[in-house]
Every structure is written in C-alpha cells, then in structure tokens.
Ligand binder design. Structure first.
Ligand SMILES: Cc1cc2nc3c(=O)[nH]c(=O)nc-3n(C[C@H](O)[C@H](O)[C@H](O)COP(=O)(O)O)c2cc1C
Length: 269
C-alpha cells in the first residue's frame, strides 16, 4: 500500500451514501489488520462489524461529540483485552484499518465515546473485553461538492523539538537526519477535535512523544490520538529506514515538559 498517498488523501467523512460496504472488503480489511504489525502484539483484540440498523439508533446520545452519533451504513468496533497501553494499541490498529479501507475506496470517521459498558449494553455484547474503538465506514455522499482535503495541521517545526521542550527543530536539520518525512506524515494524523496534542522531542538516538491532556478531552481520546501518531510515524520509518519499535514506558529524564503534557512513549532511531 502507498501509505504516503493514503495519509495525504485522508480526511474524516461524516455524510455517507446508503450503500453498504461489500462483505469481501470487510474480509480483506480484517485479514490485513490480523497480519499487520501491532504496537503491542500480546494484547488480544476482536473486530465487530455492524449495519446501520443494528447500531445507529442504539448509539445515539452515547457516542460521538456531545452524543452526536454519525449516521453511516456500517460501523466497526474494536474490543480489546485490558492491559497497559491497550487503548493506544487500539488507536494504532483502528487507524490501520481506516487506511486499508481508504485503499479500497472506503471513507470513514472515528467516533468518540465515554463508556464502554454502556456501548456493550446497548449492542448486547457479552464479551469480557472493553470497547476501545468505534468507527463509521461507508462511501462519501456528494463527494464532489465537499472539501477535498482534511482539516488544517500544525507544521513540523511546531511539533518537533530538539533536546528539550520549546527548542523548535528546523526542517533542514530534520532532513539531514532523514527524519523530515516521518514527522511530516505524523503531523497529518487525525486527532479528536483536531487538537493535534502530540509533540516530539529528539534526544540523541531517541524520539520522545509527549501528548497534551486537558479539560476538553478525556484520557481515552488522548490515548487513541497517541496510537494513531505512533502508527503514522512508524509507517514511514518502516518503509524507508528500518523496523521501528515504540516503547510505551515513561523515560526518566527532565525535558522541561509543561504540566499539561505528559510523556507517553519513545522510540530509538
Ligand atoms: C479519537 C478520535 C475521536 C473522534 N471522534 C469524532 C466524533 O465523535 N465525531 C466526529 O465528527 N469526528 C470525530 N473525530 C474526527 C476528528 O474530528 C478529525 O479527525 C479531526 O477534526 C481532523 O479532521 P480530518 O480527519 O478531516 O483531517 C475523531 C477523531 C479521533 C482521532
């Protein structure tokens, strides 16, 4: 798959035609994510696919921004075992699913929610696992009269620091180190309310990822946003340089990170 093209052409779609997605495409998507690299391979997940009639009315008021559920012909849910980093892991898998869908011409949007238990109850899911992702899938309605591209993003210099917080990286330096491309695609990651909460600090051979936590979003959204940014960064490094591994532990070093941000992981480069 041409990840750069798929990421560049990405946008959230919220108005869909009635046409359902062909079953063979769901099979293809599921096979793809089953075989693809994972952030935390030991965490078991399952994917559930729904038609509008079995999902839309039931999740009205309990999923979506302020309970505004997106109306779509199909929905995909991820259920996950609960273990350290499981939501980030679902963000990583969920966005990979979205990219594979896009490759097949399928449009999509993440749908936020607060209470896995409530979702499971409404959808009559008896699994012990937690709901960790909900996504609307379908084919965009009125494709030609809408915005062709997604929302605005911060620049690479605004989200990448050298050595410590606030020392903005410059593009030439990143280019020289072969990292410009990966950051340039990472910054295109979708995030809840387009908050773009991620900041990267380059510290020698390590890249530290810090994410903003604030009153407007919950930890769930921040963790999904983290998983998506980790996926985008590693997709580019994986295809151009080497097999990148994110570590979700904290790193015991003072990077002068402000209180409203926290380190969520790092990787070696
Ligand atoms: C974790 C997460 C939750 C989201 N929840 C919703 C949602 O409930 N409703 C919605 O319309 N968009 C939702 N979005 C989509 C974002 O608003 C969108 O990705 C962001 O505004 C950037 O726009 P773009 O994807 O078109 O570039 C969500 C995105 C993420 C990553």
């Amino acid at each position: 798959m041409d990840y750069k093209k798929l990421i560049s052409n990405g946008k959230s779609v919220r108005e869909f035609k009635n046409d359902s997605i062909e079953e063979k495409y769901f099979t293809e998507i599921e096979t793809h994510i089953t075989n693809a690299k994972r952030l935390l391979p030991k965490i078991n997940i399952e994917v559930k696919i729904y038609d509008k009639k079995d999902c839309y009315e039931k999740l009205k008021n309990i999923a979506g921004y302020n309970g505004y559920m997106i109306e779509a012909p199909n929905y995909v849910l991820i259920l996950s075992d609960v273990s350290n980093g499981y939501i980030e892991n679902s963000g990583y898998i969920g966005e990979r699913l979205i990219l594979k869908g896009r490759d097949l011409g399928i449009d999509s949007c993440w749908i936020t929610f607060k209470d896995s238990h409530a979702i499971k109850e409404k959808l009559d899911i008896s699994s012990e696992r937690e709901v960790t992702a909900i996504m609307a899938l379908g084919y965009e309605d009125n494709k030609n009269d809408k915005n062709k591209s997604g929302s605005e993003r911060l620049s690479v210099e605004e989200i990448v620091y050298m050595n410590e917080w606030g020392k903005n990286a410059n593009v030439d330096e990143l280019e020289e180190r072969g990292l410009l491309d990966a950051f340039n695609y990472a910054r295109m990651a979708p995030s809840a309310l387009n908050r773009q909460p991620w900041r990267f600090i380059i510290d020698g051979g390590n890249i530290i990822l810090a994410v903003r936590k604030d009153d407007f979003n919950n930890n769930y959204e921040g963790s999904i946003d983290t998983g998506i940014a980790m996926l985008y960064f590693s997709l580019i490094i994986d295809t151009t340089m080497f097999d990148l591994q994110w570590n979700l532990d904290n790193i015991n070093k003072d990077y002068k990170i402000p209180n409203d941000y926290e380190i969520v992981g790092y990787c070696g480069i």
